[in-house]
Design a binder for this molecule. Structure first.
Ligand code: GLU
Length: 468
């Protein structure tokens, strides 16, 4: 069997949309699943809309997602000579012809056809003129007037197009540049792409592309047109629904593996499994299991899945990802062992890296500030003796383990007659500044003796100042 060759062919006229990312992902997963090759092609023939910044943004988003390519990036803008050869070949073999009809004339044809209740179409004026290349001429494909063109789609089944609905579409503009359908077919042919997975907004182009393949006597690739990604109102996902760029989700603290998992599940399923690691996706993805119905992008579900991925990640491997989010809160920290320990206390309580960074701040601050309300409620003179005792005992303690800490707390409880609940909350406020945090022993274990004792002293000072 020949090996699978897939491609992602974005038009660089903006950031990478999550819908585009899903197309890239399906192609990538299918190539990885089958041991095939995944090719990246930048469709930058539309000079007015293509920008260098968009190309960079697309690379950045793909790299962040971990979608790597085996060949390319190829740029359509650099392949004009190849397209020219194919256009000439189509003319030579009688499948295409030069047309000198003026734009005004084409407009008249359209109006005439529409007035007669027909689809606007080229009326074939230059079809049999046998014109040669000349300034201002376009090249048109000689499309059949009758019969049908069948798209055998892996996702949608067979779609039959009446050839009478097609017209002699332009394959080369008067400035010598190829049109979209021609460039795509020539690229897919010369890059030996045998499996085309793309959004179903391209279904209408496919009969033209099939006709071009046939005219070039080439074998058709397998087509899989995947339903669009929709917003919660079932219209095509757009900015109206919220963020749509891949990097916006990165900046919201979503993990690439979570976004990949979520996007894969929009349109593809494997039993009722929701959580997939990257490796599992590669192992289990198959285009045969891509569904016909559109997926609805739900940022709340994405966050929930992200929480699961955060939980499942090794804390040390999350550390480098957390660094920029900590930096955003003003904490400059390195992804070291300390950070891994910090993460281990937060990974079951954070839906995003933004939340995690926010919750991690107290571990890093030299000086924590007490939340007013929490301090007023919990840092009262009545708990000072307990905090003092705790401070003294912790200073003596060499090793901070759950066990040794528990022993210390029990002693303090016994000596003061206070219940754990009455001691734990003030200690929490003393150590974190707030009344919500991971377990108290965990925090103490991570912060270590110096920070813990410093903070307990500060809390005692605070109590003394307020009561004095
Ligand atoms: N460049 C096209 C787009 O961004 C994709 C073309 C294709 O996949 O055939 O929509």
């Amino acid at each position: 069997m020949t090996s699978i060759r897939t491609r992602f062919a974005p038009s660089p006229s903006g950031y990478l949309h999550v819908g585009g990312a899903r197309t890239a992902l399906f192609n990538w997963l299918y190539a990885r699943h089958t041991g095939g090759r995944f090719i990246l092609r930048i469709e930058d023939t539309d000079k007015a809309r293509s920008t260098e910044d968009s190309i960079k943004a697309i690379f950045e988003a793909l790299e962040w997602l971990g979608i790597d390519w085996d060949e390319g990036p190829f740029y359509q803008s650099k392949r004009t000579e190849i397209y020219r050869q194919y256009i000439e070949r189509l003319v030579r073999t009688g499948h295409a012809y030069y047309c000198t009809c003026s734009p005004e004339k084409i407009q008249q044809m359209r109006e005439k056809a529409m007035a007669a209740g027909d689809k606007p179409r080229y009326d074939g004026t230059c079809r049999e003129k046998n014109l040669g290349p000349q300034p201002g001429a376009v090249v048109r494909f000689r499309a059949p007037y009758s019969g049908t063109t069948v798209l055998k789609d892996v996702v949608k089944g067979n779609i039959v197009f009446q050839n009478s609905e097609l017209d002699d579409f332009v394959i080369c503009r008067s400035d010598g540049t190829p049109t979209y359908n021609l460039a795509v077919v020539v690229d897919d042919l010369t890059m030996e792409i045998n499996t085309i997975i793309r959004g179903d907004d391209h279904v209408m182009n496919t009969p033209k592309q099939i006709l071009l393949y046939k005219a070039l006597e080439a074998q058709l690739p397998v087509f899989a047109h995947v339903p669009m990604v929709l917003g919660n109102d079932r219209s095509r996902l757009s900015k109206r629904h919220g963020a749509t760029s891949v990097t916006a989700y990165r900046d919201m603290g979503i993990l690439p593996d979570a976004l990949i998992n979520y996007l894969a599940r929009l349109g593809w399923s494997h039993g009722d499994q929701e959580f997939f690691t990257r490796e599992e996706l590669i192992q289990k993805f198959d285009i045969a299991a891509v569904g016909k119905s559109a997926g609805i992008f739900d940022p709340v579900k994405l966050q929930a899945l992200n929480a699961d991925h955060i939980k499942a990640s090794d804390p040390a491997s999350l550390a480098p990802r957390l660094v920029p989010f900590l930096a955003r809160t003003g904490i400059e920290a390195r992804p070291d062992q300390y950070m891994a320990k910090v993460i281990a206390t937060l990974n079951t309580r954070s839906k995003t890296l933004v939340e995690m960074a926010e919750a991690a701040r107290f571990y890093y601050l030299d000086q924590i500030t007490f939340d007013e309300k929490a301090a007023r409620k919990f840092l009262k003179p009545a708990v000072a003796p307990a905090l003092e005792k705790l401070l003294a005992k912790l200073e003596q303690l060499d090793e901070f383990s759950d066990k040794s800490l528990e022993k210390v707390f029990i002693q303090v409880m016994e000596e003061t007659g206070l219940k754990l609940g009455k001691i734990a909350q003030p200690v929490r406020v003393a150590l974190t500044g707030t009344s919500v945090s991971p377990g108290i022993f965990e925090i103490i274990g991570v912060l270590g003796k110096k920070r813990v004792t410093d903070r307990l002293e500060k809390a005692l000072e605070y109590i003394r100042e307020r009561s004095g």
